[in-house]
Design a protein around this ligand. Sequence first.
Ligand code: FE2
Length: 243
Amino acid sequence: MEVIKQKKRHGHKKLPFHEARLNKKEMDFLWQATSEPNDYNMNNKLAGNISKSKSIPDKNDWFFNSVLSPLVEKDFYSKWDNHFKYHIEKSEPLPEFAMDMFWVNYQKQYQFNPIHDHSGLYSFVVFMKIPTHWKEQHELPICKDSSVRAASNFQFVFTKDQCPGFLTYNIRLSPEDEGKLLFFPADLHHQVYPFYGTEEERITISGNIFFKDELPRSFSVDDPDSPDFHWGLEKFKSDNESR
Ligand SMILES: [Fe+2]
């Protein structure tokens, strides 16, 4: 994985997410995970108005340890309060983190993911297969004369300190984005606009990361019949019902 240094900023502030590009080994691991048979349909647990979302395993926590953990540590301790509490004051032992939900999304043309946020501390999305190019999508008759060309975009929506309204940041997607990972705070809202003109699916992978002592393993466990799996489902349901 190679972390992509951000060049763009909103005003004087850094963008509220990180970007990285996965290597072949990491992408191969993810493709393999999507083909594992012990999956679980997650459509009714997620915001997407899309064909299918299903849980996938992170065997031996390989993806978490190789890719996600360094990003978690980097972001978590870049916050002054966390750095002070755990590295200077040392008032508590260092927290441990874990991925509790890990899933793949299959999106067809016309389908979309409405504005939403995630559970936990951090979340991510990996663009596995992008069948369209934003340049051609933004030239479609419904889009080309709009003042806000949005077809096929992934969009973050966030507020700016002490300013009314909200800001948006668009990721204009093309096949060149396959292998790109966006890593963001779980409460950062985002949405995905529909794409048009192909029967090919868009495929993305996402997951949520929690403090390890706050939630037991659920969707990513290898054995979906384990008590933890069901406990995790119930916890996840109650979390969402309360939102
Ligand atoms: Fe999402």
